[in-house]
Each structure stands twice: as structure tokens, then as C-alpha cells.
Design a protein around this ligand. Structure first.
Ligand SMILES: [Zn+2]
Length: 373
């Protein structure tokens, strides 16, 4: 697919280059399958785009010396410049501060790493539910072709649950003014809706992000009348599973909620979605949205933020708490599912030293296995 100049411009303002987006192939990977005597859930990862990002350009609350521990080569400056900078050591200066000093621009290394963007399809309780909608055809996204590979047409989508309104998650809702999903209801946090569609909300956004409000409004415009604004924690849907095939360990009847949890930070109403998928072990899928962008840095060092985090403090707290919970596990298994985690984007975190590492997993036929086969 050719990627238009407008699309390249959009990815560029996110600090990313779109070179790889032209060659990405649609792909749908079944990452979770549970039998019908449980919640009867299938989850597919839908590939949308593959872009490249320079971590030194987008990360903050980290310096070049620290970054080089996780991304090789980031301690090599891209050019040569003046020696001596008034006693400061640029290698230990926070990246956000370093980027502000134009004379030190030569120090920012030219290191690019791949970043996947994806959406997820949850087939559950007779419903086709999308978690996010990808960047959209106009921005080089191939999510719709990936959706077709999972056997679902746009008109078969019942609901789209949005984690937030950045364009790589909502650009796919609309094409040339029309709703891409003609029958879908759109769910998102009220705080997110207000932040990007009201004058008061937009005025409070960081200046750099204010132009993105137009894109958010454009994506939602064809869905007026079927947008559902969620409070802080809401049960979005629930499946009742009766116990015909259950054994003694399984309660006769149980409700499986799919609930939203809004904990703003990355954006004012950034929301994660959780589904409990197993009656015997408490197994939970947590769709984490943009809590993590660059797993190879933010998992070993969760305090690292990205420039797109509107309030980095709360996201950092949320990352630390979520990783701890997922790593400690016990009877309760918390699997993270993320659009920017290495595709297909599901796994657990495992404690290593002071931080964590990502352990990719695919859950099918009631067993977890590694790899993406
Ligand atoms: Zn994103």
C-alpha cells in the first residue's frame, strides 16, 4: 500500500518515520481461544502498521547513558559538535532537557527501532468487539484487511472500545467522512471525549497535541448518537455462562464482565479494558492501550515516559502497579495485551532485577505457549 504524504506527516509529528508502513502485510493472529463452557472467547491481534521510532527522540525521564543499556548504539552521537558545555554532562541529562538545547542536537543518536501498531478483535458472547480501530487506510493502516483475515466484515462489528483518541487508534473509524463500521457503537471514557471534543478540554491539552483534536473529532463525527461515554469504571458488556458442561470446580453459573477502567495520564481519559476469561484460574486479559510504547526500555525501567504522555506521573504509577501485579500473578494470571507491544502483543511480565522483561505468550486451547506459531 502506498502511504500518502499526509500520512507520513502524521507519523512524523509523533516523532516516527513511516518508511516501513508501505510494506506491512495484513495479519490476524488468534492469540486467545477458550472453550464455550467458559466465557467462549476468541481474541485476534490485527496488524495495522509497522513504523520506526528513534527512542532518543521520544523517551524522557531517562538519559543517554541509561538508554544505551537497553538500546545498543544510543551512546553514539549522530554528529560532532562543540566540546565543553558549562560543566554539564549531556550523557546524564534527561533526554527531554537535552533535546531542548539546540547546540547539543548532534548528541541525539540516529538509532531506529521498529514499533508495531495493532488493534484487537474480541469474539465474545456472539459479539464482534474491536479494541481500538488502527490508524486508518488514509494513514497507511491495514487493520481492515487484517480484520477480513479473521473472517469479520466492517458491518459485522458490534462495538469499538477505544483506549484513547490518538490518531493511530481512531483514524480507522472513518474514511472520507463515512463510518467504516456502519453498525458499531463506540465506547470511550467521558473524560477522553470531553478532552478532545470540547473547547475547555482542548485548551488544557499540551500545545503540541492540540492539532490532533481535529483528527479525533473527524474520526467520531459519523458516529453521533451511538457514542457511549464511560465513567471511571464501567461494565461494558457481560456474558452469563451457565454450567451444563462444568465440573465441580466451576460455579454453576457465572457472569463474565468486560469492564473499562479509566486512569488518565497518557491522555486525559486513557482507558484499559479487562476481561476475565477463565473460571478455574482467575485469568484476566488486560488491554493496556498506550501504557507501554517501547517495551525494551519501559519494562526494565517503568519510570521511563514518552513525550506523548500528557501527565507522565500517573502513567508511570500505573505501569509500575500493572507490571508488579502481572509479575506476581499467583492464582490470578494477568496477561497484558498492547497495540505497541511486539506483535501480536500479548504476554506477561517477569521480574528481573529492579525491573521486568516481557514474556510473549499465546493462549489457545487452554494452554499457554511461547512464540507466535
Ligand atoms: Zn498509540
Amino acid at each position: 500500500m502506498r502511504i500518502g504524504m499526509a500520512a507520513v506527516g502524521l507519523w512524523m509529528i509523533l516523532g516516527m518515520t513511516a518508511t516501513a508502513a508501505e510494506s506491512v502485510k495484513p495479519e490476524a493472529v488468534l492469540i486467545v481461544h477458550k472453550d464455550a463452557n467458559e466465557a467462549g472467547v476468541e481474541v485476534y491481534a490485527l496488524r495495522d502498521a509497522e513504523i520506526t521510532v528513534n527512542p532518543a527522540e521520544v523517551l524522557q525521564n531517562i538519559n543517554l547513558t541509561e538508554l544505551a543499556k537497553y538500546v545498543p548504539g544510543t551512546d553514539v552521537p549522530r554528529g560532532s559538535g562543540p566540546g565543553g558545555w558549562d560543566g554539564a554532562n549531556p550523557q546524564t541529562m534527561d533526554l527531554a532537557a537535552l533535546r531542548r538545547i539546540k547546540e547539543l542536537d548532534f548528541l541525539i543518536p540516529n538509532v531506529e527501532i521498529p514499533l508495531s501498531t495493532a488493534a484487537f478483535l474480541v469474539k465474545w458472547n456472539g459479539q464482534n468487539i474491536l479494541i481500538d480501530a488502527g490508524a486508518g487506510k488514509a494513514n497507511g493502516g491495514v487493520m481492515l484487511e487484517s480484520l477480513a483475515l479473521a473472517g469479520v466484515r466492517p458491518e459485522d462489528v458490534d462495538a469499538v472500545l477505544l483506549t484513547h483518541l490518538h490518531f493511530d487508534h481512531v483514524g480507522g473509524l472513518e474514511f472520507e467522512g463515512e463510518a467504516v463500521f456502519p453498525k458499531a457503537k463506540i465506547y470511550l471514557a467521558k473524560a477522553e471525549l470531553d478532552a478532545w471534543t470540547t473547547d475547555e478540554g482542548i485548551a488544557k491539552l499540551p500545545e503540541m497535541q492540540r492539532p490532533w483534536a481535529e483528527l479525533a473529532k473527524q474520526a467520531l463525527a459519523p458516529y453521533q448518537g451511538r457514542i457511549i461515554a464511560l465513567e471511571y469504571k464501567t461494565v461494558v458488556a457481560a456474558a452469563t455462562v451457565s454450567g451444563e458442561k462444568t465440573d465441580h470446580r466451576v460455579p454453576h453459573q457465572r457472569d463474565f464482565p468486560l469492564y473499562s477502567f479509566t486512569f488518565g495520564g497518557h491522555t486525559p481519559g486513557h482507558t484499559t479494558y479487562d476481561i476475565a476469561i477463565n473460571t478455574e484460574m482467575w485469568t484476566n486479559l488486560q488491554f493496556i492501550g498506550d501504557m507501554v510504547h517501547i517495551a525494551e526500555v519501559q519494562m526494565p525501567r517503568p519510570q521511563t515516559s514518552v513525550v506523548f504522555d500528557v501527565r507522565p506521573g500517573p502513567v508511570r504509577e500505573q505501569r509500575e502497579r500493572t507490571f508488579k501485579w502481572s509479575a506476581e500473578g499467583g492464582d490470578f494470571k494477568d496477561f497484558l495485551v498492547g497495540p505497541h507491544l511486539p506483535f501480536p502483543g500479548i504476554g506477561q511480565v517477569v521480574q528481573e532485577g529492579d525491573g521486568y522483561i516481557f514474556k510473549p505468550l499465546i493462549l489457545t486451547k487452554d494452554r499457554a505457549r511461547g512464540g507466535a506459531d
